[in-house]
Design a binder for this molecule. Structure first.
Ligand SMILES: Nc1ncnc2c1ncn2[C@@H]1O[C@H](COP(=O)(O)OP(=O)(O)OP(=O)(O)O)[C@@H](O)[C@H]1O
Length: 581
């Protein structure tokens, strides 16, 4: 039973409770102690009651009845109180743990979140936290109760009569041995169930997130089949677990019946031959419950607890993951005048393939710079580095004349307003979504920037105006409306640097024009770096950088680049040809 037991893991699971640990432990032992004490005392009371009844000793009977009342009254008062405090400690510990996980996930670097599937993370936050809760609320409680009640009952039994007690202990040890045999396979199957559950959450998240695509591409059948296979796997594991559980319960039930009947039979013979009084036999029978509880269930609870340890380990995988550093140690370029200056910037996602190699460019203050290039050339990677999502693997980078290392990542992001390719809206109202641009923004601020972003009109046309709820990821708004809300948010941020990732999905020309107008206003007086997929939108850029294989291969204005007849010219001709078809 203890073979696979990992004490450090157990202590770590307990330390997830943090400040509530002592409240929890004290109330846990209190509840288990009160329950065990009153059950054991009842055995002695039973002995007195029966002996009093058989011998006609009224004094013994009265004292037994008074003792019963006192014990039960005490248990009735103290037990619910301790139970309340116990539940409170568990509840507070879990609330705090969920908060810690939420906060920690926010602190994780983008690289961590890009590597793990969101369904896997959600599974830890739900299934694994749940399994730890089960440990706190039930398994550990039952384990402590089994231990205190069981050992207390065993000692009390030996006090009453050692011969009958020996019989019970021998049968108890036999059932404990059987439980031990089942502990390993039960733990193994428990781990499998938990792992498949994590897989299932991944499937759920993919299905809900991509359900429109499932319909369009008619792959619902394929996804359903894959989900069905996982579901079947869980069923198979659960059936195996139920089979083992039932076998174990059956054997243990048989052994406990044997021990009960054994005590009755042997006790009755001993009482008949005058070796023991019948009250003592009844006392021992009452205590049998506690002894059986210890031997039958201790191993079970222990095995269940081990399943929770696996959940706690997965929680720690998140809590122990390295948070985003405060700042990156990247030196500057020495150019004090440039808004953004990169020299020989290198970056690799996996340490092998270079996504950026020796990238070099300067953007003057208030310039509008565009990044263009084939798919996978490294444009988004540049934006990710400027946002501080990843640390460059080499080279120099200055922002507003200061090296990157001079900025805390928080300060760096204060310098930047970002309008991503797909405007992400949080569940809530339009007003709340715009107001996220700046902490403490008033309603008037929100309306002002919505007007600048050409969003005020469509918002006012909605029956609930700024209080309209946007739905999950802004699903109740059109793509163009979402985009303008994201632009309004960026206006509110009022940062000196603007990073734009142009939406790839084409909007209708009216919507497109409203967005372009809003962006032109937003760019005024700011340094802008825009990823452009449609070259038409950057014809007026002050400077265009053409990126290929993580390098700048061309640089100039639209006209200059067309004349060079290089990559830009080729991309331009391709898009022109596409627009004609
Ligand atoms: N999170 C990531 N992990 C590993 N590799 C990545 C990651 N993101 C991008 N890459 C790789 O880095 C390279 C550059 O990708 P990037 O997204 O910067 O290209 P892009 O020019 O923005 O492409 P597109 O125009 O298609 O958006 C590609 O080879 C891509 O596969």
């Amino acid at each position: 039973m203890f073979k696979n037991w990992n004490f450090p893991e157990f202590f770590r699971m307990m330390s997830l409770m943090q400040r509530q640990l002592w409240n929890y432990l004290i109330t846990l032992f209190l509840i288990a102690g009160i329950y065990s004490a009153h059950m054991i005392l009842l055995a002695f009371i039973n002995e007195r009651l029966l002996n009093g009844a058989i011998s006609g000793d009224k004094e013994l009977l009265t004292s037994a009845i008074v003792l019963t009342c006192v014990v039960l009254a005490l248990a009735c008062i103290t037990s619910p109180l301790a139970m309340y405090l116990f539940d409170l400690a568990v509840h507070r510990a879990l609330t705090h743990l969920k908060l810690r996980l939420f906060k920690k996930i926010q602190e994780l670097p983008v690289s961590y979140l890009e590597k793990r599937h969101s369904g896997d993370l959600i599974s830890t936050i739900t299934n694994d936290v749940n399994s730890v809760e089960q440990a706190y609320r039930y398994y550990l409680y039952l384990l402590v109760e089994a231990f205190i009640y069981g050992t207390g009952s065993t000692i009390a039994m030996f006090v009453l009569d050692w011969r009958l007690s020996m019989l019970m202990v021998v049968l108890g040890i036999a059932s404990a041995y059987v439980t031990t045999k089942y502990a390993g396979p039960l733990r193994e199957i428990g781990d499998k169930v938990q792992a498949t559950m994590s897989d299932m959450t991944v499937q759920w998240v993919d299905m809900v997130g991509g359900f429109r695509l499932l319909k369009v591409f008619k792959i619902s059948g394929f996804v359903l089949e894959r989900f069905g296979q996982k579901n079947e796997a869980i069923v198979a594991h659960n059936i195996e677990k139920i089979r083992l559980d039932s076998q174990l319960k059956g054997i243990n039930y048989l052994l406990s019946i044997f021990s009960l009947i054994g005590v009755f039979v042997v006790g009755s013979f001993m009482a008949a031959s005058g070796q023991i009084d019948f009250g003592t036999v009844m006392g021992i029978v009452t205590l049998q419950n506690g002894v059986a509880f210890l031997f039958l269930n201790f191993g079970n609870f222990f095995t269940n607890l081990q399943g929770s340890l696996a959940g706690s380990k997965r929680i720690y995988d998140i809590l122990d993951a390295e948070s985003e550093p405060e700042r990156y140690n990247i030196p500057g370029t020495g150019d004090g005048d440039e808004a953004i200056a990169l020299r020989g910037l290198d970056f690799s996602y996996d340490g092998r393939k270079k996504a950026l190699q020796g990238l070099t460019f300067d953007i003057h203050p208030d310039q509008m710079a565009a990044l263009v290039g084939p798919s996978g050339s490294g444009k988004s990677t540049v934006i990710k580095l400027l946002l501080g999502f990843y640390e460059p693997t080499g080279g120099n980078l200055s922002i507003n004349g200061r090296p990157l290392s001079a900025y805390k990542l928080e300060e760096l992001r204060d310098q930047i307003a970002y309008v991503p390719q797909e405007a992400f809206l949080f569940e809530g109202t339009i007003e709340e979504n715009i107001a996220q641009g700046r902490l403490g923004a008033t309603h008037d601020d929100v309306v002002r920037v919505a007007k600048l972003a050409n969003a005020h009109e469509f918002i006012s046309d909605m029956s609930e105006g700024y209080a309209t709820r946007v739905g999950e990821r802004g699903i109740r708004l059109s793509g163009g409306q979402r985009q303008r809300i994201a632009i309004a948010r960026a206006f509110l941020r009022d940062a000196p640097i603007l990073l734009l990732d142009e939406a790839t999905s084409a909007l209708d020309s009216a919507s497109e024009q409203l967005i372009q107008e809003a962006l032109q206003t937003l760019m005024k007086g700011r340094t802008t770096v825009a990823i452009a997929h449609r070259l038409k939108t950057i014809e007026h850029a002050d400077v265009i950088f053409v990126v290929e294989n993580g390098k700048i291969v061309e640089k100039g204005t639209h006209q200059e680049l067309l004349k060079q007849e290089g990559v830009y010219n080729r991309l331009h001709n391709m898009q022109f040809a596409e627009s004609l078809t």
